[in-house]
Design a binder for this molecule. Structure first.
Ligand code: TXA
Ligand code: MG
Length: 361
């Protein structure tokens, strides 16, 4: 049985409400909880039994290491053996927050937690519930995203319930995730940090603080293995087949119109994920060409917010992929973005969701 704990935004009682889930974690159980990036599925990072439960619940390959979550800096002493100067500066600047640091691990961290690697990934989340839960548990908390392996990461509690109800000991229901994409994973074992998974804390932001930041070439080059094992798996994938188009507004609108009409002929249902401005035009174009009954049945529109603010695209991305599935879309057409700033992380996830079907138009 999965225990569901509902948060009603009353911080006063957080200690009381989180007492039981913290106990479950301490005693080796699994608890799904909100963080600012996506929901996580937590277990005691130092207990092999807990780690086994996490892998089992998610159906996750055992060579894909977990991120260990902490609530205070001192907890690093039981996890990591070396922390260089730049790593310290970056932790000071971005923690608590949506960034994970890969460090040389200490022996106490089970190889099961790190997928057999001699490094450990550590994050101090910013979300008050996550921080309080880890603090009360009194142990470092390993937490991958709280989805079935391969599915889009969960950005609200219904996604978690959909994937993990009956498979974990407890689910904490909080608000929707503010960021919506998983944390930046940054290898800081060398002085010049390397991005292994792009996220909300961007290359530009890291360079501004320490003057240097590389991106793992394995993220782009299919001949090279990515340094972060998780990045090699098909991921973030809805059931529908995904097509991503990168180009200017007019080209996207034209392509979306063509594809909708083409797919409607074969009775395929299409999800369109695009900016509000694009959707308005596409809806009008389609109105003139498909009967209302047909377009209501075969076209599903998902807003990614305004093109002027890519943070809403990031926040809505996984939710929209899941909504398209829930509405039985056969194909999802998505407007891609430029790969700078947060666009780097968005395109990384879209590439995976689309299994590389990203077209320049
Ligand atoms: O925002 C997040 O990071 C969320 C929340 C819950 O904190 N967690 C999350 O965990 O996204 P997960 O397990 O879904 O992704 C962890 C990523 C994987 O790509 C994994 O391969 C990589 O981090 N990773 C973990 N340990 C690593 C290590 N020692 N070296 C390289 N990559 C590592
Ligand atoms: Mg994940």
């Amino acid at each position: 049985m999965t225990k569901i704990i509902e948060l009603k935004g009353d911080d006063q009682k957080l200690d009381e409400i989180l007492f039981e889930p913290a106990k479950i974690l301490r005693e080796g159980g699994t608890v799904a909880f909100p963080t600012e990036t996506v929901y996580g599925l937590g277990g005691n990072a130092l207990s092999e039994i807990s780690i086994d439960k996490i892998y089992l619940a998610k159906g996750r390959p055992s060579d894909n290491p977990l991120i260990v979550h902490i609530s205070k800096l001192e907890q690093l002493d039981m996890l990591a053996s070396e922390i260089n100067g730049n790593a310290k500066i970056l932790m000071d600047k971005f923690w608590p927050g949506p960034i994970t640091f890969v460090l040389k691990k200490l022996e106490a961290v089970p190889l099961k937690t790190t997928g057999g690697l001699d490094t450990v990934a550590v994050r101090m989340p910013m979300h008050p519930v996550a921080l309080k839960l880890i603090e009360l548990a009194g142990v470092p908390v390993a937490a991958p995203s709280a989805n079935i392996s391969g599915r889009p990461s969960p950005t609200n509690s219904s996604h978690v319930i959909e994937d993990l109800y009956g498979r974990v000991d407890c689910i904490i229901k909080g608000e929707s995730a503010a960021v919506g994409l998983e944390s930046t994973v940054l290898d800081v074992t060398e002085e010049c940090p390397v991005i292994l998974r792009p996220g909300n804390i961007t290359k530009e932001m890291i360079e501004e603080v320490v003057g240097c930041c590389k991106v793992d070439p394995g993220l782009k080059n299919k001949e090279l293995a990515p340094k972060s094992p998780g990045m090699k798996y098909r991921h973030y994938a809805p059931v529908a087949s995904v097509e991503v188009y990168v180009g200017d507004t007019m080209s996207f609108i034209k392509r979306a119109e063509e594809r909708i009409l083409e797919l409607a002929l074969s009775e395929a249902k299409v999800g369109i994920m695009a900016f509000d401005e694009d959707l308005l035009v596409i809806k009008n174009l389609i109105k003139g060409q498909l009967e209302d009954e047909v377009s209501n049945r075969l076209v599903f529109y998902c807003s990614q917010g305004s093109s002027k603010d890519l943070t809403s695209f990031a926040r809505l991305l996984f939710e929209s992929l899941r909504e398209c599935d829930a509405n039985f879309c056969d194909v999802i057409l998505i407007r891609g973005v430029d790969e700078d700033g947060i666009g780097h992380a968005i395109m990384n996830r879209l590439n995976k969701a689309a299994s590389g079907k990203v077209m320049r138009i």
